[in-house]
Design a protein around this ligand. Sequence first.
Ligand SMILES: [Fe+2]
Ligand SMILES: [Fe+2]
Length: 232
Amino acid sequence: MMIRNTVTKSSKRSFSVLSSLKATEQSSSKTKSTKEVKYENLSEAQRAYLSRVIRVDQAGELGANYIYAGQYFILANKYPHLKPVLKHMWEQEIHHHNTFNNLQIKNRVRPSLLTPFWKVGAFAMGAGTALISPRAAMACTEAVETVIGGHYNEQLRCLNNQYNLDKSDNSGVGQTEEVKSLIANIKQFRDDELEHLNTAIEHDSHLAVPYYLLTESIKGICRVAIWGAERI
Ligand SMILES: [Fe+2]
Ligand SMILES: [Fe+2]
């Protein structure tokens, strides 16, 4: 119900989203086989929600990138055993960020206007928790990935439930290739984030001091950041 409201609210905004995507669909359909499935057009609300997903996920992955950059900057030389662990997670965030950057450009979604704040805030969060201790850095990762994993799951529920379009030959309903591809990317990234969450726990995030203060305040910051990046 909440997800449906989200889509309805967004319908009032005017975005030039996915126009390039539609153009690509139209031009490529001429060259592809005649068996290609065609669907009804996405509604204004559906397009608005897609642009919102791309904007917030691009901003979130940018933030994740900077969090790991901050952690790596502080911890990599002092704790060599953490270097490959942080590097692996950071590299996955770079891939996530690049993917949403490309989607943002392809679909002409404007970036969040708060992007400079996401960069500074995220780096400060990564470096600041790392300065407290490696366990505090892991508690930061645990909190961030808990919120992001849940947020990706919400998006997956909405995309899976609200984007089943009628086929133009009246043979049923289905999802466009673009929506299927977005769902596949978000699923993969959600799994990567949950892997980061497990890594943080394996590296004693629960033993961080002060654990609850750190994790609960970081979760709160992440929720506010998501709210802001979706809208501003
Ligand atoms: Fe990520
Ligand atoms: Fe992550």
